[in-house]
Design a protein around this ligand. Structure first.
Ligand SMILES: Nc1nc2c(ncn2[C@@H]2O[C@H](COP(=O)(O)OP(=O)(O)OP(=O)(O)O)[C@@H](O)[C@H]2O)c(=O)[nH]1
Ligand SMILES: [Ca+2]
Ligand SMILES: [Mg+2]
Length: 682
């Protein structure tokens, strides 16, 4: 029993507490108990119900109670007995429980006192077993009670000690555990710390690496972003360019279409224009041909007319001479008559010279509509002292009503005036023949009538025959040569020179001629179309020089027409406007076309016009003089506006032409002598 009790004291009665293996237990108990290891082995094995080598408090309690009961009923041997025993035990227990139920109060108190004394509460959790045992002992073996109680005391003290030990152990264990824990904790912490540090380091490294990596990645990202940015910008630019190109493409396409359309239109236009141009060219050619034909016809006409006029003139002059002869005879006869019968102043019927009416000459068309000879000028007035004549119709009668009192009236009313010969515009009119105000029919003798104006008397008398016998139907014109005998008698012009007037448009050619021939200036003059024509007669050293002045149009488009007139020119006048530099610069071109057409055989007069416009002068005088010197020209600066140098320059040219012609004549007379060319400017 004791053995068992000692055994029990080694057991930790805490429920669930597992006793370490029995080997450990036997070793410990072997010292305390007078048992051999084998016996202890058997005891342990007997208690280890499940044979797992470990004793639990339940196994120990159960085993102990077996042992105890077996002590009480040693007889029972077999299993059945065991079983019965077990059954008995159960019954016992149940019986016991009944007893217990009946246990009186003091036992309970005694037991409690015992427990208290033993301080079992601290040690035991469940006192029922011990209570049962105690009661049982009390009941069955009361003498054992004290030993039981001793035992219990011991056990409990041992238990208490064990408990305390255990507690101490526990405490120690706890402490150890705590220490271990602490250590572990510490270690754990350390480890934690280390891990933490490691982690931290790792983290740090990791972070660093991560940071580095992330920086790297960031940089890479940045770079990529920049690249992306650049790529997007590039893409945008390219898109922009693409759209622009696309747009341009559209625009270009549109423009292209437009251009194609314009091109087609232009091509059509061009075609149309070229057709029009061809037509225009054809028209122009035909016009030019017509113009040339016309011109040639006109030229031919003019020359025919001039020829016929020349012939007529020669005829007329012959007639004139004849008339003068007749006149002279008549005068002689008259003188004789006067002497014979002063008294018998017989009616000498004025033999009405029946002036054979000349057939109208072809010159009619050169006289302007009113029959006024366009070339009549003041000069004639001076030279011939003939006042302005009234306008004559083509028939020779005045176009306008005469002032009353000037017309002659005969028995049958006004005498029909004999038709006058209308002198060609080609030659200067014989003023005395064409005098409008002195209605002297050619047949009338001057003595019958007092000529009102003394100034012209001699001229008319000389010129008019007293009595003209009817002559052959077409009186022979009195030729020029005949006139040479009558130096004094003014007559048709001695010389006839054809002068062509050229120069840029608007330099003042027409105004100059107007001033020269009509002595007036009309500012609003229109530009000349094609060619114009005037005649001007000047008196050079007592001889009449008729100048045929061809006024050309300066405009470029008439150049080909004017060009043709150079050929027959006896002299050329080149005019520029001294207030327009360009017109001066064109002079060289004019000179070269003159040179081309007539060589240098004709004299050239260079005129710088518009001298009145001094403030707008663009061509210094010296330049004109220099050019004239270089090209051997006669040079004047003049003004059609003021008339300055208009006559002087022409007189100079006329004199030059006359002298040139005289020289030529002399040369012709002295046969074979080559004519030398006089320099124009002397
Ligand atoms: N101040 C001034 N103006 C002038 C003079 N002569 C002509 N003019 C003006 O110049 C302009 C042209 O005169 P025109 O006589 O028609 O010139 P043009 O050379 O005949 O011209 P085309 O017939 O085209 O060759 C006109 O307005 C005239 O009034 C001048 O001496 N002085
Ligand atoms: Ca066991
Ligand atoms: Mg003109």
């Amino acid at each position: 029993m004791l053995r068992v009790l000692a055994l029990e004291s080694e057991l930790d009665m805490t429920p669930g507490y597992v006793i370490t293996s029995h080997v450990t237990l036997e070793q410990r108990l072997h010292k305390e108990l007078p048992l051999s290891l084998e016996e202890l082995e058997d005891a342990f094995d007997a208690l280890d119900a499940d044979g797992n080598g470990y004793l639990t408090p339940e196994e120990f309690t159960t085993g102990f109670s077996h042992f105890f009961f077996s002590q009480n009923n040693p007889s029972q041997e077999d299993a059945g007995e065991q079983l019965a025993q077990h059954h008995e035990e159960q019954v016992y227990q149940s019986r016991e429980e009944e007893d217990l139920g009946d246990m009186d109060e003091d036992k309970e108190a005694q037991f409690q006192m015992l427990m208290d004394r033993l301080g079992a509460q601290k040690v035991l959790e469940d006192e029922s077993d011990v209570k049962q045992l105690w009661l049982q002992l009390k009941k069955d073996e009361p003498h054992l009670l004290p030993s039981f109680e001793d035992f219990l005391t011991r056990i409990f003290s041992q238990l208490q000690e064990a408990h305390e030990e255990k507690n101490e152990l526990e405490c120690a264990l706890k402490r150890k555990i705590a220490a271990y824990d602490e250590e572990i904790q510490h270690l754990y912490e350390e480890m934690e710390q280390q891990i933490k540090n490691e982690k931290e380091q790792f983290l740090l490294k990791d972070t660093e690496r991560f940071q580095a990596r992330s920086q790297e990645l960031e940089q890479k990202l940045l770079r990529k972003e920049q690249e992306l940015e650049q790529l997007t910008q590039k893409q945008k630019r390219l898109e922009g360019q693409c759209t622009a190109l696309h747009h341009d493409k559209h625009e270009t396409k549109a423009e292209n279409n437009k251009l194609k359309l314009t091109n087609q239109e232009l091509a059509q236009e061009l075609e149309r224009t070229s057709q029009e141009l061809q037509e225009a060219q054809q028209q122009l050619e035909s016009l030019q041909q017509e113009a040339c034909k016309l011109h040639q016809e006109k030229e031919m006409e003019v020359y025919r007319v001039t020829e016929s006029l020349q012939r007529e003139k020669a005829g007329l002059l012959k007639q004139l001479d004849f008339l003068r002869e007749r006149n002279k005879h008549l005068r002689d006869e008259r003188d004789i008559c006067f002497q014979k019968d002063k008294a018998a102043k017989a009616n000498t019927a004025a033999s009405k010279a029946s002036w054979k009416r000349r057939s109208g000459s072809v010159i009619g068309k050169y006289v302007d509509a009113r029959g006024i000879l366009r070339s009549q000028s003041e000069e004639e007035e001076e030279v011939f002292g003939i006042p302005r004549r009234c306008s004559l119709g083509l028939s020779g009668y005045p176009l306008t009503e005469e002032e009353p009192g000037t017309g002659e009236t005969g028995p049958g009313g006004p005498y029909p005036r004999p038709l006058r010969r209308i002198i060609s515009i080609e030659e200067d009119p014989l003023p005395q023949l064409l005098d409008g105000n002195f209605e002297q029919p050619l047949s009338k003798c001057p003595e019958e009538e007092e000529v009102s104006d003394q100034r012209v008397q001699g001229k008319i008398q000389e010129a008019l025959p007293l009595k003209l016998t009817p002559t052959s139907p077409r009186g022979q014109p009195v030729g020029k040569e005949a006139r040479y005998k009558e130096e004094s008698a003014p007559s048709a012009p001695d010389r006839l020179f054809k002068i062509v007037f050229v120069g840029n448009s608007a330099v003042g050619k027409t105004s100059f001629l107007k001033r020269l021939c009509e002595d007036r200036f009309s500012p609003g003059i229109a530009a000349t179309v094609g060619i114009d024509y005037r005649v001007k007669t000047v008196n050079v050293d007592d001889s009449q020089v008729a100048l045929q002045l061809w006024d050309t149009a300066g405009q470029e488009r008439y150049r080909c027409i004017t060009q043709q007139f150079f050929r027959k020119a006896d002299a050329v006048i080149v005019m520029y406007d001294l207030t327009a530099k360009q017109s001066f610069l064109s002079v060289r071109r004019w000179l070269s076309s003159v040179e081309e057409a007539v060589g240098d055989r004709v004299p050239v007069l260079l005129l710088g016009n518009k001298l009145d416009n001094e403030q707008e002068r663009e061509v210094p005088r010296g330049l004109g003089e220099q050019l004239a010197k270089e090209n051997n020209l006669i040079f004047y600066e003049c003004s059609a506006y003021s008339g300055h140098n208009t006559k002087e320059s022409l007189l100079h040219l006329a004199r030059f032409l006359k002298e040139q012609e005289d020289t030529v004549r002399e040369d012709t007379i002295q046969v074979g002598r080559p004519a030398k060319k006089k320099s124009c400017c002397g």
